[in-house]
Design a protein around this ligand. Sequence first.
Ligand code: SF4
Length: 343
Amino acid sequence: MTRLLDIPPSDWPSWFEKKGLEAFQGKIASRQVFQKGVYSWELMTDLPIAVRNRLQQESPLTIANLEKVHKADDGAVKVLLAFPDGARVEAVGMPGTKGRTLCVSSQVGCPVRCTFCASGLDGLERNLAPSEILEQVFSLRETQGDFGRLVVMGMGEPGHNLDAVLKALDTLIQPAGLGMSARRITLSTVAPKGTLPALAAWGRPINLALSLHSPEDNLRHELIPGVRLRGVRETLDEADHLFGRTGREYTVEYVLLNEVNDAVEQAKSLATLLAGRRLHINLIPYNSVSELQFKRPSRERQLAFAEVLRNANLSVTLRRSLGGEEEAACGQLRRRSAPSVRP
Ligand code: SF4
């Protein structure tokens, strides 16, 4: 079955024509979906009922069930979507000064198995199609209204499903789609081999959030064991090259793990490595996950680490953690709701 949402909205008129329908009906459909937020053929009353019935049979617009909604005290709302094959993904809407930020998943589970992450505990179940990434956006938009920014930062490593992720982002950016500015989209990646050069070749000015977590190659490979990574310095050089293509400064994401990567000496090594590069550093105090042994550093350790970087004239944010309750930590909702997922 062809999922219409896997096709760029600019091609919907020709897809309708190939089905023996009218091209203008394809334009009506894309306007209804992306501009008006109508996600069901049944509700698309601008189209004849016979066309709607046929499309519902042959190519349903959305196929996921909204299985669970979790509201955290800090205003973050997490949704759990279930697809017909049993795969479950989560997506989050977070409040912010410039409107809500939506956080979507790129895979079911994750092959990267970062040792501090709940999503990595079960490994990869499968990749998501572009339509399944877009369905997360639609579900959050339906439950929480319009949004200002989108981050691909949920379950999964976008670099391992890059074709599908970029197709979904293209749909959001296209004028016939959501018409969203690429500058309001951020892709977070550990940068498996080939990812940053591929983003540079794609060339859209989205923002890069590079998950670094260590200034040292060995520790970084220990923390992020599941993929073939470049060395830390080479990875940063590739990110610099991407900045040269898109003109977008990137963010280095660094999860602070107590007595693992949060020592003042490690902050000094990081400062040396990052000196002279155009970037911002986002320090993220770890959110506890009961299955894992890592701990959040004390506030004193967090501040001392940030201070070293600031003293080296680097731009640093020490993040207030959204979704800080354990239930809302990365990967938790899916794990607790899906006892049948692979061990
Ligand atoms: S932190 Fe990201 S890349 Fe690492 S296992 Fe979790 S979801 Fe995957």
